[in-house]
Design a protein around this ligand. Structure first.
Ligand code: ZN
Length: 151
């Protein structure tokens, strides 16, 4: 019989009471194994971590509001930089390149959220973990619903 893992209590390891994450990090949505290891050597359960192949991706993680917000800020600043640049201010080259980089990053992140590639790697990692029957048993003992094909 696999021993049931204990859940984090008040952001602390349920075994040694060491703080494992800060209050600011408490609402984070993370992807990976919910079974974490404490410095005390014990494993505990941290449900901020989502095992994608079991519980899927949280809608919040696919939200593009933040990307759109970045574009709203960066595009006018970029246009202003371009105008200044045309008026012969080549000192702004580095600034302009930085803005272009931010623009590309925001757009790429948005596309990856929309076409599903953003979580492809994490999903593959999750599926790999779930190929280990011992790992699946530990999750099941912790209360996770495991589809029949994974048992
Ligand atoms: Zn501990």
């Amino acid at each position: 019989m696999t021993e049931a893992l204990r859940l984090v209590i008040d952001r602390k390891c349920p075994y040694c009471r060491r703080q494992v994450y800060s209050e600011r990090e408490a609402k984070e949505i993370l992807y990976g194994s919910p079974i974490r290891s404490c410095q005390c050597g014990k494993d505990y359960l941290d449900i901020r971590y989502h095992e994608i192949a079991l519980t899927g991706i949280e809608p919040e993680s696919l939200e593009i509001r933040q990307n759109v917000l970045i574009l709203f800020f960066i595009i006018p600043i970029m246009l202003a930089t371009v105008l200044a640049f045309i008026q012969n201010l080549p000192k702004l080259t580095a600034f302009l390149l930085l803005e272009i980089l931010m623009l590309i990053t925001a757009v790429r992140d948005m596309i990856q959220k929309k076409n599903g590639t953003k979580f492809k790697h994490l999903r593959a990692e999750s599926e790999n973990r779930l190929r280990n029957p011992e790992y699946v048993q530990r999750l099941q003992a912790a209360g996770y619903a495991i589809p029949g094909r994974m048992k």
